[in-house]
Ligand binder design. Structure first.
Ligand SMILES: Cc1ncc(COP(=O)(O)O)c(C=O)c1O
Length: 472
């Protein structure tokens, strides 16, 4: 049906794309240019924000450019400037100039990445990005890798390969045959293993409540407990280690964990969740935090955190490409027989967006030296904040910050300090100048700040200090 907004000719149709992009571009330009001054907290209650957008499904067509503008106007109070330099909650990176531009271009190009014939430039770009990342992190060039939607999917990818490896040792193919009727595959984690890795285990049918959990001391796995847990397992096992625990930034002693893996008579697969901690490997001054990571069998990391590319990007590395492929490759006549590398064979998705372009542009624009400088600056920012906390009479550091996370708490504020600290998180967020998030550490309510934004300055850290001071 022809409507007022249905273009008459192909040329009109694509002119409409360009017009809508121009309008989006104008909005986005204004947005990114004002990021440093924007509030880092939403304005309005969930009910108000929902009401601002809610309406019945439109029956009639509208002007595409106008639609974009209308959405922005109605949704703006709910847009958090998490891409700005003072969002210290969770572990949220920004997006470098080249990364934003690359991601925009990827949207316009709309490549169906997944199958080589549909998107050969995307596939070749992804292979280069994987190779560059292996090099950046000091991992062997021979490893297999694929870009994912984030560290959760990267954990799933690495653990799917681990499941294949254990299955092969026990004489079956989990991807083909499933796990029904088989004895449980033993997985050893530490008690602070990230929830995303647990989610991946449950998705893979490995379960998240039947884990063998080794104790954690100050954010690191207890090697003695890990050894004991491993000794109680008869056959092959999966060990999960962490490079960068989310509350403390602390990393397991990966070399020591790999030694235990090597000594286990039944054999074991070592998966490392290095969502942000892997980035320590970029800096000679910080590399010791992840020493031995190249001895892992699979590694998960994020690109939308410390690589500072837009959301929806992570990477999974697997030492053995054949095992990696055996977890995901599946015959489908309509996409069979293609030449070239199909990412579809190496991850849980089939069709996917061209996420490699943002990463390619980001890596090309900053280079190894730029990323090294950025990672070191983020760690210096964390150090500056920790040094400010230390002498404050009513604040304490809950653990020594080693990388880019600072975990702290108010020590004065009435009888119920946990409630006081939780309220302080809300008060700091509401201030709108800097965002921190809450957690628990050692059973106590705590506050954490993560530093992984490419443009955060020492002045931004000072503003965070001021906001924390006024947060009580
Ligand atoms: C150690 C660790 N693993 C995994 C994740 C999950 O990453 P994503 O939310 O990007 O999937 C996070 C997120 O903070 C993390 O810190």
């Amino acid at each position: 049906m022809k409507t007022d907004h249905t273009p008459a000719t192909d040329q009109d149709a694509f002119a409409a794309v360009a017009d809508a992009m121009d309008r989006a571009h104008a909005l986005a330009r204004r947005y990114v240019q004002t990021l440093p001054e924007r509030r880092v907290a939403a304005q309005g209650t969930p009910a108000e924000l929902a009401a601002a957008l809610d309406e019945p499904l439109p029956e009639q067509a509208s002007d595409p450019a106008g639609v974009v503008e209308e959405w922005f106007r109605r949704a703006e109070p709910g847009i958090v400037a998490s891409a700005g330099p003072r969002f210290f909650g969770y572990v949220v990176g920004g997006a470098t100039p080249a990364a934003v531009a690359g991601d925009w271009l990827a949207t316009a190009l709309d490549q169906c990445s997944g199958f080589y014939p549909a998107a050969p430039a995307a596939a070749e770009t992804e292979l280069v990005v994987v190779r560059w990342l292996l090099d950046l992190f000091g991992l062997p060039a021979s490893w297999s890798g694929t870009l994912t939607g984030g560290a959760t999917m990267s954990n799933l990818t690495g653990l799917a390969a681990a499941r294949q490896w254990v299955g092969a040792r026990l004489g079956f193919d989990p991807a083909a045959d499933g796990l029904g009727g088989r004895p449980p595959i033993p997985v050893i984690t530490n008690t602070m293993t990230h929830s995303s890795a647990r989610k991946a285990l449950s998705t893979l049918g490995l379960g998240r409540t039947s884990l063998h959990e080794a104790r954690t001391i100050d954010g690191r796995v207890s090697l003695a407990d890990l050894e004991q847990k491993l000794a109680a397992i008869d056959g092959p096992a999966i060990i999960m280690a962490t490079a960068g625990e989310v509350n403390s930034g602390h990393s397991d002693d990966i070399n020591a964990v790999a030694d235990l893996r090597d000594r286990h008579p039944g054999g074991a697969w070592l998966h490392v969740d290095g969502a942000f901690g892997l980035f320590a490997g970029i800096s000679p001054a910080l590399r010791h935090h992840v020493a031995g990571v190249e001895r892992a069998d699979s590694i998960a990391s994020d690109l939308h955190k410390w690589l500072n590319v837009p959301y929806g990007a992570g990477v999974a590395f697997v030492r053995d490409a054949a095992i990696h492929k055996s977890a995901f490759a599946i015959p489908a006549p309509y996409i069979a027989n293609s030449e070239g590398w199909n990412s579809d064979d190496y991850g849980p998705e089939m069709s996917r967006r061209f996420r490699a372009l943002a990463a390619w542009c980001a890596l090309k624009a900053l280079g190894r030296a730029g990323y090294r400088e950025m990672v070191e600056r983020c760690v210096a920012n964390a150090q500056q904040f920790a040094e400010w906390i230390e002498p404050q009479p009513d604040l304490e550091l809950l653990t020594a910050p080693e990388l880019n996370i600072v975990c702290f708490r108010f020590t004065q504020g009435g009888d119920d300090l946990d409630a006081f600290n939780r309220q302080a998180v809300t008060a700091i967020q509401r201030d709108g100048r800097a965002f921190v998030s809450g957690t628990t550490w050692g059973g106590k309510a705590a506050i954490r700040a993560a530093f992984d934004h490419w443009a955060t300055t020492s002045e931004d850290v000072q503003i965070l200090c001021d906001v924390v001071r006024s947060g009580r």
